[in-house]
Design a protein around this ligand. Structure first.
Ligand code: ATP
Ligand code: MG
Ligand code: MG
Length: 610
């Protein structure tokens, strides 16, 4: 822990732990019914954070940052992090997203479960409390039912430099407001005909304090509460209450919510204090103190990526990608299918850190984290992505007709201690597949791979070039065959017996290059999906640009490659380094034994920044 840099959130938490800010919380026996929501045995001294996604889409890489921050801080300070579905908006939400979110959090390696408390939290469980809290606000004179139209409310709210105008309904009596609010709840009014608003200050310089809406009428079936309610709380009203009921100590959100913080504090203060009812009794005290506090950090902006769920949904519905889990998508299901590992994403979150000012993170930072994770773990394998046949013309005389020479290489060149490092087995025969680019009929200057004999300056013939077939023999290029269009259809070479890798003296045979290859006899065809960035513009949706216009038309190329037998035996989700090409993953959905499908996860080198 000492090695962890002290970001501003850590400083705040450490300060609160030093002061014992939350040790004096009065949970047990507090008024109201807040304690019903304190599941398990709450230790008041613990810090509590929460990750509160709205179940209206799949999580993306920005959420991964938030998950790592919230769960990471709870873990590091002996606290608890709640997974909470912020499901107050029934029209947009769906149970399928709930499952996907649970899956994503677990996949990232975090756990919200506590002894005796293994169900995620959901905001809709508090609708009853939220309703009673609203009635209390009305009775205490802090809220009123407004019958202006949505448009009138918007216009009368004013904007910067122009104060708002009080609603004509603002001065109704609490009794009248309460009656009207109950009618709203009982379904006596049309959707959109009236709302409940907080009564704060229509002249506040902060527009969020100009009587924000607390409840609206919406006849929509909720995935959890069904048709129990036809009024639903607004996010800004619901969220602070959710935090307070769950005894959250540090409510961490992104910077857009900074202007909401005064209302967050105002609301929790109103619900904590007590007031006198006109009939003399004391009311209020719905929430115990001290209240949760909101802190804001910069959201993740990643170059070449969009992280708005709405825009990601548009890519899916317009068939610009194959689905939420398309390997080009920045969703966690997409990144997972692309070959990203939980460790790589956690490393990324740590590396980009937490700050209070917005900035852009370069996509190569994310890729670097994946490379770093896979470098020591991913088994190596040879795959020929753009194959041309190489024939070893003297093979039968030198090695025996039809001979197949068994060859081996370790799965890992530098296995970390204690890590299993199996040998890969493959065979070399008269015919092998090599990369097209590993042969040049007329070699450019400095070219070290295969080229045929050619005339020297003095009329003599210069030898064809010699290379090693990696893990196999040294060969000398002798020529090539072309078709009518001039396309090379075959390369020829001669094998040099007694040069096999791993035999005494053989590895010291000097050649200028080793090339990767796969035997025709045991190579297996595989579909290889070569992915590139989805957008050509580094900030595809900045400044109101139409991100669809910057879609990269070449973000996917599908190849038929030939892979060595160890790769053909991959299980779905296995990651490999295809030597010289990059890191690849056996597709989680489409890969089959006998019909391998691999996705490019990341290249070996950073190719993003020119
Ligand atoms: P989107 O804008 O993509 O719809 P959202 O913020 O509406 O995302 P929620 O489901 O409400 O999505 O988000 C859950 C949590 O994840 C919130 O606390 C939010 O602040 C955080 N979060 C969302 N996007 C990012 C991001 N790009 N970087 C960091 N945190 C994020
Ligand atoms: Mg949201
Ligand atoms: Mg949003």
């Amino acid at each position: 822990e000492a090695a962890k840099p002290g970001n501003f959130l850590r400083q705040i938490i450490e300060h609160d732990l030093d002061l014992g800010t939350y040790t004096s919380r009065r949970w047990a026996g507090s008024p109201g019914d807040a304690t019903h929501h304190a599941r398990g045995e709450p230790d008041p001294a613990r810090i509590r954070t929460r990750f509160p996604p709205e179940p209206n889409g799949h999580l993306h890489v920005g959420h991964a940052k938030s998950i790592c921050i919230n769960f990471g801080l709870a873990r590091d300070y002996g606290g608890v992090c709640h997974l909470r579905f912020d499901d107050t908006n029934p029209e947009k939400e769906d149970a399928q997203y709930v499952d996907s979110i649970i899956d994503a959090v677990q996949w990232l390696g975090f756990d919200w479960r506590q002894p005796g408390n293994d169900r995620p939290y959901q905001a809709s469980d508090y609708f009853g409390f939220m309703y009673r809290a609203a009635e209390y606000l009305i009775q205490a004179g802090h809220a009123y039912v407004d019958e202006q139209t949505v448009e009138q409310i918007r216009v009368n709210r004013g904007d910067f430099g122009r104060p708002g105008v009080n609603s004509p309904f603002r001065s109704r009596s609490p009794a009248e407001n309460l009656a009207r609010f109950r009618e709203m709840r009982d379904g006596l009014h049309e959707d959109g005909s009236m709302v409940l608003r907080a009564k704060i200050d229509m002249a506040s310089p902060n527009i969020n304090m100009r009587d924000p809406t607390l409840y609206r009428i919406r006849r929509a079936t909720h995935h959890n509460t069904g048709d129990t309610w036809c009024i639903y709380p607004m996010y800004t009203y619901a969220h602070p209450i959710e935090d307070a009921l769950e005894q959250i100590t540090h409510s961490l959100c992104t910077l857009e919510f900074e202007d909401q913080r005064p209302f967050y504090d105002w609301l929790l203060e109103r619900l904590s204090e007590t007031t006198k009812h006109p009939d003399g009794r004391t009311m209020g005290g719905l929430l115990p103190g001290p209240p949760p506090r909101q802190y804001e950090f910069a959201r993740l902006n990643l170059t070449y990526v969009i992280t708005s769920k709405r825009k990601l949904a548009q890519l899916v519905y317009d068939h610009k990608v194959s689905g939420w889990d398309d390997p080009r998508m920045p969703t966690l299901v997409g990144l997972r299918r692309r070959g990203y590992t939980p460790a790589a994403l956690r490393l990324f979150a740590e590396r980009i850190g937490v700050s209070k000012s917005a900035s852009w993170i370069d996509y190569s930072t994310l890729e670097g984290c994946l490379r770093e994770d896979l470098e020591s773990k991913a088994h190596r394998g040879m795959a020929v992505l753009n194959p041309v046949k190489l024939v070893l013309s003297n093979w039968d005389e030198a090695m025996g007709a039809g001979h197949l020479e068994p060859c081996t290489l370790p799965a890992l060149p530098h296995p970390p201690e204690g890590v299993d490092n199996p040998m890969r087995h493959f065979r070399l025969g008269k015919e092998v597949w090599i990369e097209r680019e590993d042969f040049e009929e007329t070699p450019p200057k400095g070219y070290k791979r295969l080229y045929p004999p050619r005339p020297g300056a003095g009329g003599e013939t210069l030898q064809g070039n010699r290379v090693r077939l990696k893990g196999g023999y040294v060969i000398e290029c002798s020529g090539c065959t072309k078709d009518a269009s001039g396309k090379i259809t075959e390369v020829q070479a001669r094998v040099e017996p007694h040069t096999k890798s791993g035999t005494p003296g053989a590895d010291s045979v000097k050649v200028r290059a080793a090339i990767t290859w796969v035997g025709v006899a045991d190579g297996v065809p595989a579909e290889v999906r070569m992915y590139d960035r989805l957008f050509l513009d580094a900030q595809p949706d900045a400044g109101g640009k139409d991100f669809i216009e910057s879609l990269n038309p070449d973000s996917l190329k599908v190849l038929t490659a030939i892979v060595e037998p160890s790769l053909a035996n991959a299980r779905p989700d296995d990651k490999f380094q295809f030597e010289r090409h990059g890191y690849f993953v056996a597709d989680r959905l489409d890969h089959r034994a006998g019909a391998p499908v691999f996705n490019l996860a990341v290249g070996l080198k950073d190719s993003w920044e020119k």
